[in-house]
Design a protein around this ligand. Structure first.
Ligand code: MSP
Length: 519
């Protein structure tokens, strides 16, 4: 750890009223790709995920299941903590808001807000949507069937009237606007940033941060009748996990806070980009460095929902298409930040096109030619001509491109850049025709195959964050040692050594044979 720069990134914590589906897996996957990338690039990464277990919504679901909320939360939380094994997520911690460490941090945060004069007791009367665990103003609602009031998200609202503690959010309008202005990349993508800025410019109402009409949550310190608002409780998880309120020198808090990135879906941006920095500033703590709001997935053109029966579990995707293809598809199919549609067709196109025909074909034909014609060892290159230097140069340039793209969470553009080199590699094979050189100029054939193998080494190292298993198989076939797979090994200084024996080649990206073409 010594000498490495810290990088702290988080997923939202998932409500335990639901089973994990591809929407949840998507948020965590994006973080996992970043976490793996940063580790390979020499950073000291802390990657946090977990479950959001309090609140009325979970209490209701537990009641519907006929069990106590804690037992219910224990059961459902396990579905989320099992997800890393399915998707190969490499989170360093898994937080549950029912843990004592979190209770402790929430109390401390409340007390800091109170001590700084940002909390007052009042009474709330207004609209609340349990599904969103959010309050709405009358002006935001529309009328639904049977006299119901409907939130902009489509959730049913209920009228609530009860004593409540309030957070002086109204006082944070200007400080928030100043903060957004001073940190133009705090909210990404830019379109989402503009929405948040417009919302805050429109004026902020004080926020009700406690409830008295249900039990399942963290009690307000000093006033046991009140339960802390579940979003205040939930957001605090990000500082609990770095040991808040222990903020002294040499603590995890000092090392990792402020977080480098909170990755969230677009539906929960307001909580992260407005309420959370306001709470933190009010408590005298630093706001996070970035909140990125990604888009939502539909399934075969439809909204995912239990009632439509089209909810896809991550296990199902991995079982049907394989881990690497699933991870690749989710990161490549949609420009990160936009909404996207999952369809079987689109998935099969990616598997058979990008993976089998492009990347797989490049790797397979090169490795099998080396296996057959170069004594199953890394070939000995001769002098390089312009075409060789062009391909290698493009491959060696990828790390900088990838760093730049991921600095803005543009996963798709990073992959586009990798595929540009894969395409160039396949064209180079066709142009150089090493199979024809075998008889006419074996030395030149060796050079061409060497250039290709070295290009594949770059690609194999760089695709590890997205496709850990397939990339490992590619690097195994090039006899790249486990310890030589970090980004510090990219580039010409650690190029393949001629004569290194190579194992027998085997396919890395199988084609998907569609047995249901009508789908
Ligand atoms: N518990 C809150 C977050 C608290 S963070 C302090 C919550 N949980 S959630 O389980 O409802 O949603 C978690 C994440 O899953 C959100 O980022 C949400 O955007 C994401 N997704 C849920 N359905 C989704 C899709 N269909 N597509 C993409 N992401 C979606 O909100």
């Amino acid at each position: 750890m010594a000498g490495k720069a810290p990088y702290y990134l988080t997923t939202p914590i998932y409500y335990v009223n639901d089973v994990p589906h591809i929407g949840h897996a998507y948020t965590t996957l994006a973080c996992d790709v970043l976490a793996r990338f940063k580790r390979l690039d020499g950073w000291d990464v802390k990657f946090l995920t977990g479950t959001d277990e309090h609140g009325q919504k979970v209490e209701k679901s537990a009641r519907a299941a006929g069990i106590e909320p804690q037992a219910f939360a224990d059961r459902v939380s396990r579905n989320f903590s099992d997800l890393p094994a399915v998707m190969k997520f490499t989170n360093d911690d898994f937080i549950r808001t029912t843990e004592p460490r979190h209770h402790h941090a929430c109390h401390a945060l409340w007390q800091a807000l109170q001590a700084n004069g940002h909390i007052y007791l009042g009474s709330y009367s207004g609209w609340y949507a349990v599904r969103d665990e959010a309050f709405y103003g009358e002006d935001e609602l529309r009328d639904g069937p049977g006299g119901k009031k409907i939130a902009p998200t489509g959730a049913d609202c209920e009228w609530v009237e009860e004593p409540s503690y309030f957070f002086r959010l109204s006082a944070w309008q200007q400080p928030l606007l100043d903060f957004y202005q001073a940190n133009p990349d705090f909210i990404l993508p830019p379109g989402k940033r503009n929405e948040v800025v417009a919302f805050v410019r429109g004026g902020l109402r004080d926020l009700s941060i406690s409830r008295t009409t249900f039990d399942w949550g963290i009690r307000v310190p000093g006033d046991e009748r009140h339960i802390m608002y579940v979003w205040l409780d939930a957001l605090a998880n990000y500082i609990t996990a770095v040991g808040y309120p222990d903020t002294g020198a040499e603590t995890p808090y000092a090392r990792y806070w402020p977080a480098d990135l909170h990755m969230v879906g677009k539906d929960i941006l307001r909580f992260h980009a407005v309420y959370w920095p306001a709470f933190l500033m009010a408590a005298g703590l630093a706001p996070p460095r970035r909140v990125f709001a990604h888009g939502w997935w539909t399934i075969e053109g439809q909204k995912m929902s239990k009632s439509l029966g089209n909810v896809i579990a991550p296990e199902t995707l991995v079982a049907s298409y394989g881990l690497d293809a699933t991870r690749y598809f989710l990161m490549r199919e949609v420009p990160f930040g936009n909404d996207g549609d999952f369809s079987h067709r689109a998935m099969v196109n990616r598997i058979n096109g990008d993976l089998a025909n492009d990347y797989g074909n490049l790797v397979q034909r090169v490795l099998s030619m080396i296996g057959k014609n170069c004594g199953a060892a890394v070939p000995q290159p001769g002098p390089l001509v312009e075409a060789d230097q062009g391909l290698l140069g493009a491959a060696y340039a990828l790390l900088d491109i990838a760093r730049t793209e991921l600095a803005g969470q543009a996963f798709h553009r990073m992959l586009d850049a990798f595929w540009a080199v894969i395409g160039a590699g396949n064209r180079y094979v066709d142009e150089q025709a090493p199979w024809a050189l075998r008889k006419t100029d074996p030395a030149r054939m060796a050079t061409v195959l060497y250039v290709l193998a070295e290009t594949i080494r770059q690609l194999g190292i760089l695709t590890q964050p997205v496709m850990p298993d397939a990339s490992a198989r590619i690097l195994d076939q090039l006899a790249v040692a486990e310890g030589d797979r970090g980004f510090d090994r990219l580039g010409p200084d650690h190029a393949l050594v001629a004569g290194t024996p190579l194992p027998a080649p085997r396919g890395v990206f199988p084609r998907y044979v569609d047995e249901s073409p009508g789908r």
